[in-house]
Design a protein around this ligand. Structure first.
Ligand code: CA
Length: 541
């Protein structure tokens, strides 16, 4: 198989979530994230598997996955990771063998921009049988009649129906305000998104223990700053840093029981920057910054923060994705002697609670649906259903048996060669696996090639269930949306400016707080909270 390197484009929502105070993709969701970023680092070698050859597998009576008795063809509009659908992708060739349905891509191979491709199609009025796009497009154009209400064809999709019965929150998120289901979302799997990392080699050098509480964490960062753990005789250590700009500062807020976005407590919705704890949190963050515990360049430090600060042996602690961050242990083992980055439990907050703000999304914003003019909706629906069978789910998660994985003790295991290649996700994308259309991801697909430090950290976070309650996916009514569009941009900008001003010490939090809070009111924060409250109540009812 040809395993060329290919750029992996993360979902826009993830990028926004990391970059912004509050996500523009879905308001108030900035803690939730869909997928890990690309992992360019070589992965730790794992113990070699000795998979049984596929031919020896017992041939049970083959279940039928036929979506059509006679060979059928459907057109598809799909562009993912900068690449349009390619009918030679082995995963879709295999799916055609099993279902009797062959897909033909409608996006020219030269196109790389999904939004542009979608707009072109909608303008042309020739909508492909199957369309992959995002929730907003499905809801908008579905209600205008462009997409088929799939709920009317659910009898042809027993596996999908079973999945929705078991995951009603996914169905509820995908359902349009008019009550119809115009698309099937991509469904991520697993809990972990980001974790807290600390330099174990620096702790060892200074004879310190991993911090248990926020006071411990402050003291450890202080020691990193003052006691020259990198041993070069200079006070050049950057104790805490981030790679997500403004959000890297905001992610410290939960230690003072505050938050940068919307959250719910006992059925009531709050906007973190509008609550008193925000003042305490920001005052402490400003203090940390003034004492040199927070990266001076935290607001401008881009995605290369880990490369620069770990690579130069200057960075002490960071909060970011498990897999890609733990991989720095492998990346730097030859260039930073003794480099040892470990996951720590989140230090307990001011109330003694250990908690992790991020959690992987329970549903994605991309998926696929059907043109309202599709000639054979039953066949198309059965084809969608195939991807929710065990066979279809395995195909999209693990690729081709005997090529990318083998069955070991009844479970798919990636080929060692694939794991050793160091870029499993990209190589799967090249054969049509792990595209974010309507299927249920299997976290096992990531687990098998995670660095051991990441795997151990995830196990600890899962076992202790550190994850904070996530704000549900909400959908505004048109009236609420108008309020949101009028009020939110101004508030967002004002809060972002204030966070910077206070962190950098350009204004004292104590002196500026009352005027800040009044300005939030003037900008309409109460209206903003009220529409979130109504939408929240609909989402959780
Ligand atoms: Ca130093």
């Amino acid at each position: 198989m040809d395993f060329k390197n290919k750029r992996f484009v993360t979902t826009g929502c993830l990028v926004m979530a990391l970059a912004l105070l509050a996500s523009a993709c879905s308001p108030g969701q900035q803690g939730q994230q869909t997928a890990e970023q690309p992992k360019p680092a070589e992965q730790e070698e794992q113990e070699a598997q000795t998979p049984a050859p596929a031919a020896d597998a017992p041939q049970a009576e083959a279940p039928t996955f036929l979506a059509s008795e006679t060979p059928a063809e459907l057109s598809i509009h799909l562009l993912y990771g900068g690449k349009p659908f390619d009918k030679t992708w082995p995963v879709f060739v295999r799916a055609a063998e099993l279902t009797n349905v062959t897909l033909n891509g409608t996006i020219p191979p030269s196109m790389t921009d999904g939004k542009e491709a979608f707009n072109l199609m909608m303008t042309s009025g020739e909508i492909s049988d199957i369309v992959m796009t995002n929730k907003d497009n499905f809801v908008r154009y579905g209600q205008e009649g462009a997409f088929l209400p799939l709920n009317e064809y659910m009898d042809h999709a027993p596996n999908l129906k079973k999945f929705f019965d078991e995951h009603p929150e996914v169905l509820s998120f995908a359902t349009a305000p008019d009550g119809n289901l115009y698309w099937i979302p991509f469904v991520p799997d697993g809990n972990p998104a980001q974790g807290w990392f600390i330099r174990q080699d620096w702790l060892d050098k200074l004879d310190l223990k991993a911090p248990e509480t926020i006071e411990d964490y402050y003291n450890v960062l202080k020691a990193f700053r003052e006691q020259d753990p990198n041993g070069n005789g200079e006070k050049d250590e950057v104790p805490f840093f981030g790679v997500s700009g403004l959000w890297s500062v905001m992610e410290l807020l939960p230690y003072w029981d505050s938050k940068g976005g919307f959250y719910a407590k006992d059925g009531k919705v709050y906007y973190g920057p509008n609550e008193p704890a925000f003042k305490t949190g920001m005052a402490n963050i400003a203090k940390w910054y003034a004492e040199g515990l927070i990266d001076k360049e935290i607001f401008t430090r881009g995605g290369s923060g880990r490369d620069v600060l770990f690579g130069d042996n200057l960075g002490g602690s960071v909060h970011f994705w498990f897999g890609s961050t733990a991989a720095y242990n492998d990346k730097l083992k030859d260039t930073v002697p003794g480099f040892n980055l470990q996951v720590m439990a989140p230090p307990a907050d001011v109330n003694g609670v250990k908690k992790e703000e991020t959690k992987r999304d329970y549903v994605g914003t991309n998926g696929w649906g059907l043109s309202s003019k599709v000639a054979n909706p039953e066949v198309a629906m059965k084809y969608f259903d195939f991807w929710f069978t065990e066979e279809g789910r395995r195909l999209e998660n693990f690729g081709i048996e005997g090529v990318t994985y083998a069955m070991v003790d009844g479970k798919p295991k990636f080929m060692q060669e694939l794991i050793d290649s160091g870029n499993v996700t990209n190589k799967l994308l090249e054969i049509g696996a792990q595209l974010q259309f309507g299927f249920h991801q299997d976290f096992e697909y990531e687990k098998q090639w995670l660095n051991p430090v990441a795997a151990k950290g995830i196990e600890m976070y899962d076992a202790n269930n550190y994850y904070m309650e996530q704000f549900p996916k909400i959908i505004f009514t048109p009236e609420e949306q108008k309020v949101y569009d009028r009020v939110y941009p101004g508030i967002k900008t004002f809060v972002e400016e204030t966070v910077q001003k206070w962190t950098l010490g350009a204004e004292s939090v104590e002196e500026g707080y009352d005027a800040y809070h009044q300005r939030l009111k003037d900008l309409g924060v109460d209206e903003l909270v009220a529409i979130h409250q109504s939408a929240y109540e609909r989402a959780v009812k």
